[in-house]
Design a protein around this ligand. Structure first.
Ligand SMILES: Nc1nc2c(ncn2[C@@H]2O[C@H](COP(=O)(O)OP(=O)(O)OP(=O)(O)O)[C@@H](O)[C@H]2O)c(=O)[nH]1
Ligand SMILES: [Mg+2]
Length: 295
């Protein structure tokens, strides 16, 4: 009997905004790593999530939703997407069952031009009847010559195990890229800022969440005491500051309460969370500001 060789590779999860890319990453990891909200353009960076099996390591890359960029931050987001595609051994093109396949033609062509292996993943099938699925798959088959088609519900976990098996069929033989106890390349501080941003996306309407960037000013761990986390919410116009703070500070308090609970779950320890709001005029539109903010 030949010994089974170790497999490892980078698997980029790409698709339009809001199709469930981050939900799928979390479903693979069985852990909430990447933030998820009902609003498009939730994910802004590439986020590695590492799944370690006994004889494989899959480095998933969660990416920002595929858009035509209109301002600097969105250009950086699309740069992260392009880098993720370049790095990938395998691409999961995630679509919603209700997307028009024609709308994805450009994306499909771009991926095809990179000559990467692609699995087309049709998500949110919990929202339709089984018999509606076959014509959808047939429509995609006409447009995308891909290695496989897997219908899933990332939210419910249906089809995720099957998709994992399909990925393992395509994953190269390669030694592990990361130590087996790594689950991401980003540190705790990054995920703390993401959790705060998730709550802002959930609480505030319209442009407000898109105008926010979170920075940690202090993250102090003390033996026998709760950690102290001081975070600044940067907005890009003075008028947004009052909205984030809310009447009598109520809105900011709500963000803090919701974020603290999730940060504690994430870190598995109790924390004090202090939030401040500051203005950094037009930070989203200036590449110098974006670079300073770590984009
Ligand atoms: N019904 C249903 N909803 C889903 C499923 N997967 C994701 N969602 C929901 O779709 C919304 C978007 O999910 P995300 O995982 O944030 O989507 P995304 O593709 O990462 O979005 P961006 O980061 O903005 O590009 C959330 O409200 C999810 O709960 C699914 O399988 N079924
Ligand atoms: Mg996302």
């Amino acid at each position: 009997m030949t010994e089974k060789k170790f497999q490892a590779g980078y698997v980029a999860i790409v698709g339009k905004p809001n199709v469930g890319k981050s939900t799928l990453l979390n479903a693979f990891l069985n852990f909430k790593l990447s933030i998820v909200t009902p609003k498009p353009q939730t994910t802004r960076k590439k986020i590695l999530g590492i799944l370690n099996g006994t004889d494989y390591q899959i480095v998933f890359i969660d990416t920002p939703g595929w858009i035509t960029p209109h301002y600097e931050l969105q250009k950086f987001m699309m740069q992260y997407l392009q880098e993720s595609l370049q790095d990938a051994d395998l691409v999961l093109l995630l679509v919603e069952y209700s997307d028009w396949p024609q709308d994805l033609e450009q994306i499909g062509q771009k991926i095809a031009s990179l000559q990467k292996k692609v699995i087309l993943v049709i998500n949110k099938i919990d929202k339709i009847q089984k018999e509606q699925l076959l014509p959808i798959i047939a429509d995609y088959q006409k447009l995308f010559p891909v290695s496989g088609y897997v219908p899933i519900s990332a939210l419910k976990g249906d089809g995720v195990e099957l998709l994992l098996q399909e990925i393992l069929k395509e994953l190269p033989e390669h030694p592990a890229y990361f130590p087996a106890d790594y689950s991401s390349d980003q540190n705790e501080r990054f995920f703390v800022t993401e959790i705060i941003r998730e709550k802002i996306l959930k609480i505030f309407a319209k442009e407000i969440p898109y105008a926010c960037h979170i920075e940690l000013e202090e993250f102090r761990e003390k033996a026998g005491r709760k950690d102290l986390i001081r975070a600044v919410i940067y907005v890009d116009h003075d008028s947004q500051k009052g909205i984030i703070i809310g009447r009598g500070g109520q809105a900011l308090k709500k963000v803090g309460e919701l974020a603290r609970k999730d940060i504690e779950t994430f870190l598995q320890r109790e924390v004090y969370l202090e939030l401040f709001v500051r203005v950094m005029e037009n930070w989203r539109k200036k590449s110098s500001a974006l670079k300073k903010l770590g984009y």
